[in-house]
Design a protein around this ligand. Structure first.
Ligand code: ATP
Length: 397
């Protein structure tokens, strides 16, 4: 187990490519942290810097309080698992698992014991005498994991280890990985571009963009309290709807719709003001199935996707759609945010909905679940101050 700390780490590749831009992050002993972000945001570079495979330009990295910035990879006592599992084809599973220990001159009996223990843990006990060519993709990936685990390193670094597997196998392996972490409690840094994988595996998730960490939080908090438009749009599937809106007094208007904000969240701003309104698809309900008194919107259904567990209803709003990718440095023109003149919103509703394409549907929406963002900076305008608990009532006798 290990505690890991990145202190203002910068990595500039030749050609002035800034892959890491002042990254500071502390990973606790035994923690499972997921690094997530779009392609090219610097996730792999951060992981490789921690492994010692990439020299950093400025800043420092420490493991258990010891500065490892200039230490060779083999002296860092961490194990990496990559997307391509590169097993030795001529060796059996047993030999593949034990190889790392053999080159470290571990006694034979000890190798046998540890290999068998790890094989049991990973469900490979029956396959120890097979060659990699006689294994399925998922089994090969488990052998690759096993090779890292058998070394009992201080930390595991995993770079998209499941991305070569088909969707069903990934879900199974995801569950095994989570279970494995509960058993071993080894500090794990896990890189993925898949937000579902990050959210389900990470005790904390760090969202990266353009070499920076935008937010590090527990999954539920990232989902409920995204710090900015980018995190809001990246976390959650289907993605949060983002639309141009105006707050005026106690009301918000977007396109043809006006919704009172009584009792719900309100953005911190003077009024009237333009905002980017964020509504998660699941914050809508088909009003016919809504048990609560909520504001309603009558929408025209453009697309209906029935998934069995729920239905996705798409409808137009006569207001521009915003994309988080378009949010650039402060001071840019608001117009640069606009992706489409007419936003297509997605509502996730009860599968029993009577909704049909071309029909009108009454949707209920809970303003308490609205998100508001500054259209210039993309920063959240919701004050997420911790809820105050009621004053304790003195006990009188
Ligand atoms: P992906 O999900 O596509 O693997 P990533 O988030 O892991 O992406 P990195 O591989 O860390 O991204 O790359 C970050 C940035 O650094 C990218 O712009 C990439 O082009 C650049 N980069 C990475 N390696 C090098 C290199 N050896 N030389 C120059 N630029 C590089």
């Amino acid at each position: 187990m290990a505690q890991i700390e990145f202190d203002s780490v910068t990595k500039v590749f030749p050609g002035d490519v800034v892959a890491l831009d002042d990254v500071s992050l502390r990973i606790e002993d035994g923690e499972f942290i997921a690094l997530v972000g779009p392609s090219g945001c610097g996730k792999s570079t951060l992981l490789r810097a921690l492994a010692g495979l990439e020299e950093i330009t400025t800043g420092g990295i420490s493991i258990d309080g010891r500065d490892v910035t200039d230490l060779a990879p083999r002296h860092r006592d961490i194990a990496m698992v990559f997307q391509s599992y590169a097993l030795y084809p001529h060796m059996s599973v047993r030999q593949n698992l034990g190889y790392g220990l053999k080159v470290r001159r571990t006694p034979k009996g000890e190798i046998r014991r540890r290999v068998e223990e790890v094989a049991g843990l990973l469900g490979l006990a029956e396959l120890l005498e097979r060659k990699p060519a006689q294994l399925s993709g998922g089994q090969r990936q488990r052998v690759a994991m096993g090779r890292a685990i058998v070394r009992q390193p201080k930390a595991f670094l995993m770079d998209e280890p499941l991305s070569n597997l088909d969707a069903k196998l990934r879900v199974g392996m995801r569950a095994s990985l989570a279970q494995l972490h509960r058993q071993l409690a080894t500090t794990t840094v896990y890189v993925t571009h898949d937000q579902v994988e990050a959210m389900t595996l990470g005790q904390r998730v760090a969202v990266m963009r353009e070499g920076r960490i935008l937010q590090v939080d527990a999954p539920q908090r990232l989902y409920e309290q995204p710090r900015d438009l980018f995190v809001a749009g990246f976390i959650g599937s289907p993605a949060m709807n983002l639309v141009d809106a105006t707050v005026d007094g106690g009301e918000i208007s977007f396109g043809q719709f006006r919704v009172p904000l009584d009792g719900g969240r309100r953005p911190k701003l003077g009024s009237p003001r333009k905002v980017v309104l964020g509504i998660r698809p699941e914050s809508f309900e088909d009003a016919a199935f809504s048990a609560r008194e909520l504001p309603t919107l009558d929408v025209e259904i453009v697309v209906l996707e029935e998934l069995g567990s729920d239905a996705h209803v798409f409808f137009h709003v006569d207001a521009p759609r915003i994309t988080p990718e378009a949010v650039e440095a402060e001071g840019e023109d608001d117009a640069s945010l606009v992706a489409e003149e007419r936003a297509l919103l997605n509502a996730r509703v009860d599968p029993r909905t009577a909704a049909r394409v071309g029909d009108s549907l009454r949707l209920a929406v809970d303003p308490a679940r609205f998100h508001f963002f500054d259209p210039r900076s993309g920063a959240s305008l919701v004050d997420h101050a911790p809820r105050r608990l009621p004053e304790p009532v003195p006990v009188t006798q």
